[in-house]
Ligand binder design. Structure first.
Ligand code: S3P
Length: 176
């Protein structure tokens, strides 16, 4: 819960960052390495609504998606078992995110827009990237940089790292 004192909630690892940064892939690897459950807010939203992220954006609009996303983030953070939580790129991007994840270790997977665009070439699942994906990634990245930085305890520059190397780096930073 937001505002819950540190130490009274499990020390989740929360992965944040732009679309294409590798959050879901790294979360899966990290879950294996740390022996923790993996939670993914986009997956949770799709399971709960039985609809795709694209359909929710197109039919109900982005605000409706953000409401679902906020609930999914809170649900994930409320998990009793220390988990690895991958959140969609827009979660924690509005500046208020640090309070939401107080007590968790937040890792920002940071990447250049060019890296993200290359990785997401041909992707049809992300409505915010329709049109000129590289330009959209540049604009969104600029808008979100400060919020990601404010929320993050750890920053990993992932441009030249494999998902396994990113996971290894995080294990080194969070393992007791
Ligand atoms: C979004 C990122 C997506 C998904 C939705 C919106 C964003 O998740 O939540 O398309 O606003 O950056 P990923 O970051 O997992 O791609």
């Amino acid at each position: 819960m937001p505002g819950q004192p540190e130490g009274e909630r499990p020390a989740h690892v929360v992965l944040i960052g732009m679309m294409g940064a590798g959050k879901s892939t790294v979360a899966a690897l990290l879950g294996e390495r740390l022996g923790r459950p993996v939670l993914d807010t986009d997956v949770a939203i799709e399971e709960r609504t039985r609809r795709s992220v694209r359909s929710i954006f197109e039919v109900d609009g982005e605000d409706a998606f953000r409401t679902l996303e906020r609930a999914a983030v809170l649900d994930a953070l409320a998990a009793a078992t220390p988990s690895v939580i991958s959140v969609g790129g827009g979660a924690l991007a509005d500046g208020g995110g640090r309070d939401l994840v107080a007590g968790a270790t937040v890792v920002w997977l940071r990447a250049r827009p060019e890296t993200l665009a290359t990785r997401l070439r041909g992707d049809e699942d992300r409505p915010l990237l329709d049109g000129d994906a590289l330009e959209r990634l540049r604009v969104l990245g600029d808008e979100r940089r400060e919020s990601y930085a404010a929320a993050a305890d750890i920053v990993v520059d992932v441009d030249d790292l494999s998902p396994a190397a990113v996971a290894e780096h995080i294990v080194g930073a969070v393992a007791p």
